[in-house]
Design a protein around this ligand. Structure first.
Ligand SMILES: Cc1cc2nc3c(=O)[nH]c(=O)nc-3n(C[C@H](O)[C@H](O)[C@H](O)COP(=O)(O)OP(=O)(O)OC[C@H]3O[C@@H](n4cnc5c(N)ncnc54)[C@H](O)[C@@H]3O)c2cc1C
Length: 450
């Protein structure tokens, strides 16, 4: 079988290599960084991810689901920490549905092992892609240790090289290429809460902890060993920002005032904060995702989104499954495979990109806000009373494999009903009363068609 080259051995590149090998292609994967299985350097970028139904189903289809689940912590909702130290639990679903928290490095390592051992994929690390010749097609790679440059030809080259894709840059130069990128004014830094025997909030391990504070927030993701990986989200510039936190005292004051219950459990806070970079968040949309039948983009290289719904990797995994279905349908007609793949996926990745921007504002500003909590309560009630007719947006995204475009369409239809209920006089009493189910049903029956 002809050779396919994948640039990028991250989450999507390693999974894509397996789908291609399963179809009989000989696959070679190159990555610019060292093999994560051999290097345990903490760069401050070892974030935690959450995987949901969508991503896990794709991993199951290739046989890797169980190995990944074994490294993940199920989380059933958010635990909101307010300024006074009060905790409010918001379940993600009505039926103990969970998403799964896992360190991105660990997920990457397990996928690399699986691809190597089960599919015989050939990975080469510290080989940075500098250029792609689209006609032959050939990738020019630079060995990051020796400095030597080599050229590797294949029948087809996939760019799975992330948000700052070198392959995309080459397509951009080659054809009429649409491209947009939007940076968020906020960034994030990774901070650690080590495993502790103290009975504090850390004993709540099956939740994501959130400290929403208006235009900044702290998030805590559980790890299997009982530690938490936190991310502090702050504006880059402004009165309270990464730029304004210059001294140890500035930082400690912020944590004492805003995150008083987290602060005592962060012995490495000062080192983590001043030792780790402030990472940016970007939305990237582009088209087309391919050049003839020779070069194509996938995963973050094709669409990069804010992490608020925890969907970037999940969507990238769905890309791999969708590409595989197009291969089933159109066989060796790769021009068709790639155009149909983009036709299916791009409206969906554009939709989730926009939803993520919207949800990021909700998380930061509204999660601790009474209006938002009331809306969540109404949505839960609607789902309890009529589970077959009403599913809230978060559930559609996280607990189904419904296309993102369809989730967006249904949400816009349903939103009007929630707004209507929110505006009813003495709504809290009605929701808590014995007639609550009938009250809720009266809104569903005439409005929702299922
Ligand atoms: C803070 C944060 C939180 C997130 N949370 C979630 C979450 O909860 N759930 C979720 O599903 N997603 C989440 N994401 C998104 C997720 O991390 C990405 O969508 C996912 O990693 C994309 O995978 P990828 O393989 O396309 O790209 P990447 O993971 O970026 O991998 C790209 C690979 O290409 C390599 N590479 C880059 N350039 C070159 C080159 N020139 N030559 C050779 N190799 C190269 C890189 O070394 C890397 O290994 C989050 C992202 C961030 C930033």
């Amino acid at each position: 079988m002809p050779k396919t080259i994948v640039i990028g051995a991250g989450l999507v590149g390693s999974l894509l290599s397996m789908f291609l090998a399963k179809k009989g292609y000989q696959v070679e994967v190159f990555d610019g960084k060292p093999d994560p299985r051999k290097n345990n350097l903490n760069s401050g970028r070892s974030i935690n991810l959450t995987l949901c139904e969508r991503g896990l189903k794709v991993l199951d289809s290739i046989g890797a689901g169980q190995s990944v689940r074994a490294l993940a912590v199920p989380v059933y909702g958010r635990l909101i920490h307010d300024l006074e130290g009060n905790l409010t639990f918001q379940p993600y679903g009505n039926h103990r549905e969970a998403i799964y928290s896992i360190a991105r490095n660990e997920l990457n390592k397990v996928l690399l092992d699986f691809a190597e051992q089960r599919f015989g994929i050939d990975f080469s690390f510290q080989q940075k892609c500098l250029d792609v010749d689209f006609i032959t097609p050939t990738a020019e790679l630079k060995n990051q240790v020796s400095g030597q440059t080599t050229r590797h030809q294949a029948e087809r080259i996939f760019g799975a090289d992330g948000a700052y894709s070198a392959v995309r840059l080459q397509i951009q130069k080659k054809i009429r290429f649409n491209f947009s990128q939007q940076y968020w004014a906020q960034g994030y830094k990774e901070l650690e809460v080590p495993a502790s025997v103290n009975k504090t909030w850390t004993s709540e391990k099956n939740v994501i902890h959130i400290w929403p504070r208006g235009n900044y927030m702290l998030l805590g993701f559980p790890n299997l060993d009982g530690s938490f990986t936190c991310s502090l989200h702050l504006p880059f510039e402004g009165p309270l920002s990464f730029a304004s936190l210059r001294t140890e005292e500035d930082l400690l004051r912020l944590f004492r005032d805003s995150f008083a219950d987290a602060f005592p459990l962060m012995p490495q806070l000062v080192n983590d904060f001043f030792g780790h970079p402030a990472n940016s968040m970007v939305t990237i949309k582009c088209s087309p995702w391919s050049y003839q039948d020779k070069v194509a983009l996938i995963g973050d290289a094709a669409h990069s989104i804010f992490p608020s719904y925890g969907q970037g990797a999940n969507a990238g995994f769905e890309d791999c499954a969708a590409l595989s279905e197009c291969m089933d349908e159109y066989g060796e007609n790769w021009t068709r495979v790639l155009t149909e793949f983009e036709k299916q996926r791009r409206p969906n990745t554009d939709a989730i990109a926009d939803l993520c921007v919207e949800h990021f504002c909700e998380l930061r500003d509204l999660v601790g806000n009474p209006g938002f909590l009331l809306r969540k309560k109404i949505e839960r009630k609607l789902n309890q009373v009529c589970p077959e007719k009403y599913l809230d947006l978060y559930s559609m995204i996280s607990f189904t494999q419904m296309p993102y475009t369809e989730a967006l369409r249904l949400d816009r239809e349903q939103r009007a009903i929630v707004e209507q209920i929110m505006n009813v006089d003495e709504i809290e009493e009605k929701l808590n009363g014995v007639e609550a189910d009938c009250f809720i049903e009266s809104f569903i029956a005439p409005s929702l068609t299922g």
